[in-house]
Design a protein around this ligand. Structure first.
Ligand SMILES: [Fe+2]
Ligand SMILES: [Fe+2]
Length: 301
């Protein structure tokens, strides 16, 4: 495990908050999220500067991610993922470990990771959604443990995901930043279908590596969660698809079901951060009960 500096962690939190902010703004169809003038009209100068900073930060983050998420990287990272067990621990322990990520970061910038997981689960529970969906909310970001286990940076942990191995969709945020990705000039990977067959299904395409893909691969054989929960986990950052309707030429009928699941989940992820604060110790017995229903005591991470 690598040693992580508190400042590094705070930096990831700041980037994540900015990414969330952009995704919320993009969700508001009446507002061009990156057009400053409209936003400026309703905000004072100070807020606006913060907004501009957030945009710069997000753009810098995606520039790096879009250069580095190549087919070559994705093949390499998946093969190394399969060869190693990074930790052995239960779900609650993993939540606590993820929370150590933010202990030293600025409490004003964000809710902690464990709070975000519990707030997401609690919002789903409040709406009387099934237990498996509450559990999906509870665990959906545990893949960020990658950051503790030794990711190469933030670009291979967080951010919106997209398909590698075919033309980068122009529905991906900052599509122009893919120019620096070697795959954009590859004779196969740069074509409409790339290495894929028409309507091969998302199961058969490679999504950019990050906390979603990682957690999906950890849990698919180590939980009794229904497929819909696994869809929510795997595709929750796949905004080009679940919000922008990209990749219609690759998806099949099964993906329609996944889309419904992910769209049902997304508001809980994005909007529960402004909910009431939660008390992890108070909620622990209830969620420990749910965890026992869907997971073994110890998971290989
Ligand atoms: Fe996430
Ligand atoms: Fe999340």
């Amino acid at each position: 495990m690598k040693f992580i500096e508190p400042t590094e962690v705070a930096a990831m939190e700041v980037v994540e908050d900015a990414i969330d902010e952009v995704n919320k703004l993009k969700g508001n169809a009446n507002r061009a999220w990156n057009e400053a003038s409209e936003f400026d009209a309703n905000k004072d100068k100070n807020n606006f500067r913060q907004y501009e900073d957030a945009c710069d930060r997000v753009k810098k983050f995606y520039k790096e991610q879009h250069e580095k998420q190549t087919m070559e990287f994705n093949l390499r990272i998946r093969s190394s993922f399969k060869k190693t067990v990074r930790a052995r621990m239960g779900i609650w322990e993993a939540m606590e470990m993820l929370d150590t990520l933010v202990d030293d970061s600025d409490p004003d910038t964000s809710v902690s990771q464990i709070e975000h997981l519990l707030q997401t689960a609690e919002a789903i529970r409040r709406d009387q959604k099934p237990e498996w969906m509450q559990v999906a909310g509870l665990v959906h970001d545990l893949g960020k443990l990658l950051y503790i286990f030794g990711s190469e940076g933030q670009w291979d942990v967080v951010g919106d995901t997209f398909v590698v191995g075919c033309k980068f969709s122009d529905k991906i945020i900052y599509p122009e930043t893919f120019e620096a990705n070697p795959d954009a000039k590859d004779p196969v990977y740069s074509t409409e279908y790339g290495v894929y067959q028409p309507h091969c299904g998302l199961d058969n395409v490679m999504l950019s590596w990050g906390h979603d893909e990682y957690l999906y691969h950890v849990l698919k054989n180590q939980s009794s969660l229904p497929e819909d929960a696994l869809f929510m986990i795997r595709y929750h950052s796949f905004y080009p698809w679940h919000r922008e309707n990209a990749y219609q030429h690759l998806t099949n009928a099964k993906d329609q079901r996944a889309l419904t699941a992910v769209r049902a989940f997304n508001p809980y992820d994005l909007y529960s951060k402004s909910d009431e604060p939660v008390n992890p110790e108070k909620l622990k017995p209830y969620y420990q009960g749910l965890i026992a229903k869907f997971f073994p005591d110890v998971i290989e991470w």
